[in-house]
Design a protein around this ligand. Structure first.
Ligand code: BTN
Length: 327
């Protein structure tokens, strides 16, 4: 906790009342001028702080930005987000930034977040709409001791953690669509981009990128996305703290990661099945070289989807675009 965090702590404790410069300088062991310098730093991060002669300083608003000190204040993890939280006001893609850190030995749990992405990426070279100050764009470095064939589990685990964190925080009926979509009412609220680097038959690192449309108003979406995308704000009618949602997600993800490392993926896959309602679902599958309609029979532990097509043939689906259909 740095000095600015400590100052913020005193202001938060005062619950909107003034705290005198004298009290603050005594508590923090620094001059009043130094206190004012830290106040200016907090204002620059977006905190609302009113300062008045003879009265001191009072907190009028928490920053709406996804700054590391707010994420850290809400964080209940041991490892995730602990080595470092790297924050960008604007970057190309947090997954790229996290990869850059991973190749330079960035520690497991290092988190990269951005207010805005200029080249946010989705699966299959698609772009990810990443407007400033509205969504969560976060990428985490993991170094799991599993073989590359286990990598799809990372995506399934992330989908469960993100869906459960969103349900808990917002009460929205979030559902998972295989392999990496978070939906509400059939529209996409978030997505996951898992990228791995392997060495021989071991995983060197995994980057787990999560994008969630949180406080994005309807007017901000490009018209072509409106029929297929949504946000927490559109669905619930109100804004949410992105730091709180992110901290909840990281806490759940860490618990699931511990379960995987303890060989208990079965617990995650059963939650995944419950949150996805995929088993029994009719769907259209579009793979690279074929397209068919069928019904989901199961999801394997490895994350492979088992689909029986309308001609009775069983397909093991590793990677595809799927469209859910009724019936
Ligand atoms: C998808 O649904 O296709 C995946 C979307 C993943 C978007 C996130 S936002 C943070 C991270 N950085 C990126 O460039 N992409 C992921």
């Amino acid at each position: 906790m740095d000095t600015t965090d400590r100052l913020l702590g005193y202001l938060k404790q005062a619950e909107g009342r003034f705290v005198s410069g004298q009290v603050l300088s005594g508590a923090l062991g620094m001059s009043r001028a130094a206190v004012s310098k830290h106040v200016r730093k907090l204002r620059a991060e977006g905190y609302g702080i009113e300062s008045a002669t003879k009265k001191g300083h009072r907190l009028t608003a928490i920053t709406p930005r996804l700054v590391p000190r707010e994420i850290e204040a809400a964080l209940k993890t041991k490892v995730f987000g602990r080595p470092e939280i790297v924050h960008f006001d604007r970057t190309d893609s947090t997954n790229w930034r996290a990869k850059g850190l991973a190749v330079q030995d960035g520690a497991e749990g290092t988190l990269v977040v951005a207010e805005e992405q200029l080249a946010g990426r989705g699966r299959k070279q698609r772009s990810w709409f990443s407007p400033a100050g509205m969504g969560i764009y976060a990428s985490l470095i993991l170094r799991p001791a599993i073989s590359p064939s286990g990598a799809p589990r990372m995506t399934l685990m992330t989908a469960v953690a993100a869906a459960e964190a969103l349900i808990r925080a917002t009460d929205l009926p979030v559902r998972i669509k295989w392999p990496n979509d978070l939906l509400v009412g059939g529209k996409k609220l978030g997505g996951i981009l898992t990228e791995i680097s392997t060495e021989m038959d071991a995983i060197e690192y995994v980057i787990i990128g999560l994008g969630i449309n949180v406080n994005t108003p309807r007017e901000s979406f490009p018209p072509e996305l409106l029929p297929i995308a949504t946000s927490v704000r559109i669905e619930s009618g109100r804004d949410f703290s992105r730091s709180d949602i992110l901290a909840q997600y990281l806490a759940r993800l860490e618990q699931e990661y511990e379960m995987i490392n303890a060989g208990r993926f079965d617990r995650i896959i059963s939650r995944w099945k419950a949150l996805s309602h995929m088993v029994g679902q009719r769907l259209i599958v579009e793979e690279l070289d074929q397209r068919y309609t069928g019904r989901v029979e199961d999801v394997e532990d490895t994350g492979v989807l088992l689909v029986r097509d309308d001609n009775g043939r069983l397909h093991r689906v590793y990677s595809a675009d799927i469209t859910l259909v009724g019936g």
